[in-house]
Structure formats: structure tokens, C-alpha cells
Design a protein around this ligand. Structure first.
Ligand code: ATP
Ligand code: MG
Length: 568
């Protein structure tokens, strides 16, 4: 194994794409590696794009090459600066850098145009005057060949003249197109004289009104790869049937001469499909436009902006992509794989804190009114270096409503009338009395504590069956907490038609009046925290100096394990 291969194997894992790249370098098919990530700026990036970004930038990094960010901006009617900015922000956030190699298909419009003329002159392309309906009708089907256009035998001179007049703006939208002259009977629909240029009288975010004809994806993509010296054009499997066209065009254009580098080759891998999630920019745009979510960065969205706002670290996304791997077989990835990557990263990084999401007040009757004390709490159970903090304790506390029940079932290990439990890091307490309002709802518990159990351990060795978290009523800060559930209630949204019909009505639950320990309120960093037994949380940008808002990034796999076994 060469040094370069060794790095590749250790950082990215091995997969068939990396094997191909290694082999191409070994055989001299190329002398360096150039990849590209080519988004169309018509929406925000989602977690599926993250797979492509990690693959393209990862391969370039591992093999000492470079990866371009290229905007596939060939359809000015759907593209916007907002999307361009968001895409750049999100790729950077994910941890990748294109350096000076930022490109746009529109940077290449002039070159693409002259190559189109080259194809016309060589008899490989013609201007078709058929209406869009006639073109569709003569395209044939998967089982029937298409029919030649009546304009297919036009000579190069007439084609050139018409194409130049298309460019000059003499014709309205849809009046004519430029098509490659390949084979209307091909078994591959992409080779049935595909459209290379269409008339579109629309201003472009970058080229303004310079152009009123725009290249199609198929004509722009491979040629942009060639212009930029891309060696490995890595894309998803739905482009497999486009590869013969990709090759057909490159073979007929005077491309190799450009800089002597070898021509690009296209390789396909399986796109990421995630259960309970729709990964289609078109559909995500609809969710935003129809108001089903608050915006592209709604924490329920599978967009990178949404995941970031939800508190998912970019490291967790890279780790998820690494665990999923790269293959050629399509599959549906279970959300649990994503969740466990997020938990693993947050578990290592997030300091532990206490917060009560649905508070129930308790009064410690034998604790003097007006007194309080500071207790030691550890910041991370697996990282002594994270140290300890002090948390205030007093006569009035909040505990989680669900940690008390009047008639405890057999396996309920928490608080009930007459029962003793441990308050984490504090004392053993016993519930003496349940106070209810006129409606019969529990409003308060009267308890006593055992001063001898300071720190949460009984000197006589007696055991309690449960440990619960708490905050001091006099010191805690109120917070709004947003809990998230999957945006879609079925694993395969849209399987019966419109995915909007499968939206989960309970995807967002807002808790007002949660109580967090005081240190959480004064910590203005945006790092993730674990609220013990409740999951990982981050501060939402809706927070203001007077208002704390937290998102739950993800719950804990096992709410009980740590506190039960930890025994403090
Ligand atoms: P969408 O279907 O969400 O609109 P797209 O393919 O039209 O996606 P592009 O902006 O063209 O969006 O995508 C840029 C790159 O990201 C393409 O190379 C595409 O193959 C890749 N990509 C898009 N979706 C996925 C996915 N789910 N998994 C892996 N790669 C993806
Ligand atoms: Mg696309």
C-alpha cells in the first residue's frame, strides 16, 4: 500500500470509489485527483448532499487532490442568491474548503456556446423547430423507438445561422432548441437527440441578460468538468443512464487539448435515503412555501441548516456518512444510525447539566427557609478533566412531574407517597404529603430530607431505588423547550403519493416554563449540553437576554442507565 493509499484507508474507510481513484493513480490514468460538488442553487443542502460533499471533498483530501464547489446554475428561473450563500455556508460548516476553486456553470457559458457551434459544424447537433409537444410525442417510449425530427437533416450552415439567431434573441421561449444528433432509436432515452440548449428569456443572477439561451444540465455538466480539469465526476445512480451521453459529448469536443490533462470520467454511487425523511429539494421547497415548517432552518428539516439549528454537530454528520459508507446498491438507512452517530459525538462533548422540563414543586419541610447551599456536581461522567461545578440547593425545588406518582406500579423506582429517593448530587428525600388544588391536580409535594445523606450517599449504607434530577426553585431560570419528533409519521413518506399527507402532526412539542440550573442560563456559548435523563440540548437563536429557548437535539437512548448505575 502506498502512503497516499494508507491515508485514504485510515481516514475515509475503503469503498469502490476510493478503490477506483487509487487504481487510476496507480495506472497513471490521472496524475492527480480533482473532484467537484455541483449543487444547483435552487434550495438548501440536505443530509443527502452531505454524503456527496463528504465523498467528493473527502476523496480529494485523502488523495492529496482538490475539490471544486461548482454551482450548476443553468436554470435562472429557479435559482437565487439566498441559496448560493446558504450552500457556501453549509459546505464550510460541514468542514470543507474549496479554496480558490469556486466555479459556476455560468463561468463557462461562452466556452460551452463555442463548443455547441463546434458540434453543429461537425454535424453532431441541429436546431429543431418542433413544438415542445411534438418533441415529446416523437421521443418514443422505453419500448418504442422515437421518430426523427423533420428538421434533423438540416445542414450545418443553416443550423449555425439559426443557433446564432437563437442567441441573438430573435425567437421566443420554446420556439427552437439545439439538439445533439445521436440516435432516435437508442434504447437509452438520454441518447434520443437530447436537448443541449433552450431559449429562456430570463435574467441570470450572475450573467444578467447576456444570455437568452441556456445549456441543459447534460451539456453543461460534463463540459464544465472537462474545463475545470475534473478527473472523477462522482454522482448519484440516477445519472448512470446519462453517462453514455456524458462520454459521447466529451469524445466529440476538442477538450483534451485544453491543458493536456486526461478527460473526466463519471462514476455513480447510491444516493442516501433516510427513513422518515424526504430528501428532495423540490419537496423541501414546498414544505417551506406552504408553511408546514418555519423555514429552511426549521430544526425538523433534514437540511444542514435545520440540523445545525437543532444542535447536531457537523462532526456527527460526517461520522454518520462514514458509517453509512459508499456503495452502488440503493438502500433505506434507518434513522437509528443517524441518531447513534449524533449521540456518540454529543456524549463525548456535551457537559452534563440539570433541567426540569415539566416542573412539580417540592418543599423540603425540615430544610430551613431562607437557607441555601452549594453542592458539587460532576460535569462529565467519563471525563474527569471536565471537572465539577457547584449547584445551589434550597428548601423549594422542582422535580420532573413524571418522577412522582401517587400509586406507583411495581417497576416504578421514583418518588411516591412515603417513598425515599435520591436527589442527584444532593440528599435522600422522602415524600410526606401530596398537596392538590380544588380540581384534584397535584400542585406540590411536601417532603423531608436526611441531612446525613449529603452528596447523595447514606452513611448507614441504605439503598434507594431511584435517583432523580432537580433544580432549586429560588435559583433556576425559566426556559422554553422545543422537543422534536420525526417530521413524517411513516418511514416511507410519499409512498402512497403526496408526502405532505404523511406529515406527523406531533413533530413539534413546545414546553413553556421548564426550569434549568442557573449556570445554563448564564452560559452564552452555543455549545451543546446534556440535560441529565432528558437528552442533548442547544440554545435556539430565538433566545434573547430575557428569554431562554432550547432545542432538544436528541433524546438519550436509555434515560435510566447512567443515573441508576452511577448511584449518586
Ligand atoms: P434534490 O433531489 O434534493 O433536488 P439534486 O440532485 O437535484 O437533489 P443537486 O443540487 O443537483 O440536487 O445535487 C448536488 C449533488 O448532490 C449531486 O451530485 C447529487 O448527486 C448529490 N445528491 C443529491 N441528493 C443526494 C442524496 N440523497 N444522496 C447523495 N447525494 C445526493
Ligand atoms: Mg440535480
Amino acid at each position: 500500500m502506498s502512503a497516499v493509499e494508507a491515508i485514504a484507508a485510515s481516514e475515509g474507510g475503503r469503498d469502490f470509489i476510493r478503490d477506483i481513484v487509487a487504481a487510476d493513480l496507480a495506472t497513471g490514468r490521472c496524475t492527480g485527483v480533482v473532484t467537484r460538488f455541483p449543487p444547483e442553487p435552487n434550495g438548501y443542502l440536505h443530509i443527502g448532499h452531505a454524503k456527496s460533499i463528504c465523498l467528493n471533498f473527502g476523496v480529494a483530501r485523502e488523495f492529496g487532490g482538490r475539490c471544486h464547489l461548482r454551482f450548476d446554475d443553468t436554470n435562472p428561473t429557479r435559482e437565487a442568491q439566498e441559496y448560493i450563500d446558504a450552500i457556501e455556508r453549509d459546505v464550510r460548516w460541514l468542514g470543507f474548503d474549496w479554496g480558490p476553486h469556486l466555479y459556476h456553470a455560468s463561468d463557462h457559458f461562452e466556452q460551452l456556446y463555442s463548443w455547441a457551434e463546434h458540434l453543429i459544424e461537425a454535424g453532431h447537433a441541429y436546431v429543431d423547430d418542433q413544438s415542445p409537444e411534438d418533441m415529446r410525442a416523437s421521443r418514443g417510449t422505453l419500448t418504442e423507438p422515437g421518430r426523427d425530427s423533420p428538421y434533423r437533416e438540416r445542414g450545418p450552415e443553416e443550423n449555425l445561422d439559426l443557433f446564432r439567431r437563437m442567441r441573438a434573441g430573435e425567437y421566443p421561449n420554446g420556439a427552437r432548441v439545439l439538439r445533439a444528433r445521436i440516435d432516435m432509436a437508442s434504447g437509452n432515452m438520454n441518447l434520443r437527440d437530447p436537448v443541449l440548449y433552450r431559449i429562456l428569456h430570463a435574467a441570470h443572477p450572475r450573467t444578467g441578460t447576456t444570455w437568452c439561451i441556456y445549456p441543459t444540465y447534460d451539456f453543461a455538466h460534463g463540459q464544465s468538468d472537462a474545463i475545470e480539469g475534473v478527473t472523477h465526476s462522482i454522482c448519484t445512480l440516477e445519472f448512470e443512464d446519462h453517462r453514455p451521453l456524458y462520454d459521447w459529448l466529451i469524445e466529440r469536443l476538442p477538450i483534451q487539448q485544453l491543458d493536456g490533462s486526461s478527460r473526466p470520467l463519471q462514476y455513480e454511487f447510491a444516493r442516501l435515503n433516510l427513513a422518515h425523511t424526504v430528501l428532495s429539494k423540490r419537496f423541501l421547497t414546498r414544505l417551506v412555501q406552504d408553511g408546514h415548517v418555519a423555514g429552511w432552518d426549521d430544526p425538523r428539516m433534514p437540511t444542514l441548516a435545520g440540523l445545525r439549528r437543532r444542535g447536531v454537530p457537523s462532526e456527527a454528520i460526517r461520522e454518520f456518512v462514514r458509517r453509512v459508507g459508499v456503495a452502488r446498491a440503493n438502500s433505506l438507512v434507518d434513522v437509528a444510525i443517524f441518531d447513534s452517530a449524533v449521540r456518540d459525538v454529543l456524549n463525548r462533548a456535551a457537559p452534563r447539566r440539570m433541567a426540569v422540563l415539566r416542573p412539580l414543586k417540592i418543599v423540603i419541610e425540615n430544610y430551613p427557609a431562607g437557607r441555601s447551599e452549594e453542592l458539587d456536581a460532576i460535569n462529565h461522567p467519563d471525563d474527569a478533566g471536565a471537572g465539577k461545578r457547584q449547584i445551589p440547593f434550597g428548601r423549594e425545588l422542582y422535580i420532573e412531574r413524571e418522577d412522582f406518582t401517587e400509586n406507583p406500579p411495581k417497576n416504578f423506582h421514583r418518588l411516591g407517597p412515603g417513598r425515599e429517593v435520591r436527589l442527584r448530587y444532593a440528599y435522600f428525600i422522602t415524600c410526606r404529603e401530596v398537596v392538590k388544588d380544588a380540581a384534584g391536580d397535584i400542585v406540590e409535594l411536601r417532603c423531608t430530607y436526611d441531612p446525613a445523606t449529603h452528596g447523595g450517599n447514606a452513611p448507614d449504607g441504605r439503598k434507594v431505588r431511584g435517583t432523580i434530577h432537580w433544580v432549586s426553585a429560588a435559583h433556576a431560570a425559566a426556559a422554553e423547550i422545543r422537543l422534536y419528533n420525526p417530521l413524517f409519521s411513516r418511514p416511507d413518506p410519499g409512498a402512497d403519493g403526496d408526502p405532505s399527507a404523511d406529515l406527523n402532526p406531533a413533530s413539534l412539542e413546545i414546553l413553556q416554563g421548564a426550569m434549568v440550573e442557573p449556570g445554563v442560563a448564564s452560559d452564552n456559548s452555543d455549545r451543546a449540553v446534556q440535560f441529565e435523563r432528558q437528552g442533548y440540548f442547544c440554545r435556539d437563536p430565538d433566545s434573547t437576554p430575557g428569554r431562554l429557548v432550547f432545542n432538544r437535539t436528541i433524546g438519550l437512548r436509555d434515560t435510566w442507565a447512567k443515573t441508576q448505575i452511577g448511584g449518586r
